[in-house]
Ligand binder design. Structure first.
Ligand code: TXA
Ligand code: MG
Length: 336
């Protein structure tokens, strides 16, 4: 066990102190948890195999699962990835969405050790626009490898308190930048010369990227090259079941245990259900706003997970725009 410091970054002075502390630790080859615009990330020097190994250790992440590399500036893109065959498309995407929640998977070039890419011939890159993350990365002056700051397979953290729950005692520093804006992890696309393969749905929607190139959905027929694509992920400890919207509220599921004494919770879309069936209800967005639903999804799932329930039911949300990414997370949370 090590002591985990928690530093606020609300005032300018606090921000300076927190950024300095983070950069010092990163220079010493340590890991630090930082807010991004999507979820909190656990960052380390992406050019150091030893530093990156500490991420895998703290998260208990299997070595076959590659990390996203976050860039201090656009110039770094061409140092670590080979974009020649798709330069125009890459530049258009970067101009439209960087810094921001879009990760590009590109052929790997130099500087990034095997442990970061899990030996793949490709590297995943993005540039965060979060004021804390972007400043730490710029001041550090080198790319940062950063997966979500949760233990492997668990719900991604959207607040500093979530990070402490997940990794307290295992990492030296968490910088508190408040709740994250988008609340779900970045959209990941593999860029080809004339097409984009969607590897993970996220805050940048299919509608937004398909104006740049045709989008191919990396379906289940392809062998998953990334655990974010594996069926079970983002999992609460409490069993989660996706409700069929055609069921009535009183309809009992196939599991006999739920009929009588079990304690049930509901992750609802925009209206609550009769509470005699559910002991605890969290509503994703009372106004039916997918942005709000995405931003609060993981925090609400975590609250239900901590409520001592036997089952969590999740209502589907409309599967358009951001709803695609939300449904992806709910299906993975339901898969066991
Ligand atoms: O929003 C985000 O993307 C957050 C913040 C911290 O940046 N990061 C994040 O990282 O969600 P992580 O490690 O939890 O998820 C990254 C996903 C993993 O499923 C990983 O397998 C996949 O990206 N990935 C990384 N490199 C890849 C590559 N070269 N090819 C395919 N998938 C890759
Ligand atoms: Mg993750």
């Amino acid at each position: 066990m090590i002591e985990t410091r928690l530093l606020a970054a609300e005032t300018e002075a606090q921000l300076d102190t927190a950024v300095d502390a983070a950069v010092q630790l990163l220079r010493a080859g340590e890991v630090v948890a930082l807010p991004t615009e999507t979820v909190y990330g656990l960052a380390a020097d992406a050019t150091s195999a030893v530093a990156a190994a500490k991420i895998f250790e703290a998260k208990e992440r299997p070595a076959f699962d590659p990390l996203i590399v976050h860039l201090p500036s656009r110039e770094w893109l061409y140092r670590i990835a080979a974009c020649d065959d798709m330069m125009v498309l890459v530049e258009e995407l970067c101009a439209a969405f960087w810094p921001g929640p879009l990760t590009l998977v590109l052929p790997r070039w130099k500087h990034i050790p095997d442990i970061v890419t899990a030996g793949l011939p490709t590297v995943a890159v993005r540039m965060s626009g979060h004021p804390v993350f972007a400043r730490v990365c710029r001041d550090f002056g080198r790319p940062l490898a950063a997966p979500s700051a949760n233990r492997f397979g668990r719900i991604s953290p959207t607040t500093a308190a979530h990070v402490v729950q997940e990794l307290g005692g295992r990492i030296p520093l968490v910088v508190d930048g408040g709740a994250t804006e988008h609340g779900i992890e970045s959209t990941i696309v593999a860029v080809g010369p004339n097409e984009l393969r969607l590897l993970r749905a996220g805050p940048i929607t299919i509608e937004e990227i398909e104006t740049f190139a045709p989008v191919v959905h990396a379906g289940l027929s392809e062998s998953p090259s990334a655990p974010g694509q594996m069926p079970s992920h983002y999992a609460p400890r409490t069993p989660l079941l996706l409700r069929d919207p055609s069921d009535g509220w009183e309809t009992v599921t196939p599991f006999a245990a739920m009929e009588t004494t079990s304690r049930r919770g509901l992750l609802a879309w925009c209206t609550g259900a009769p509470d005699r069936f559910y002991e605890r209800v969290e509503i994703l967005s009372p106004t039916g706003d997918l942005r709000e639903a995405a931003a609060t999804l993981f925090a609400k799932l975590r609250r239900l997970d901590e409520a001592g329930l036997d089952f969590i039911f999740a209502e589907p949300v409309p599967e358009t725009g951001l709803g695609v990414a939300i449904m992806d997370r709910l299906r993975k949370a339901a898969a066991k």
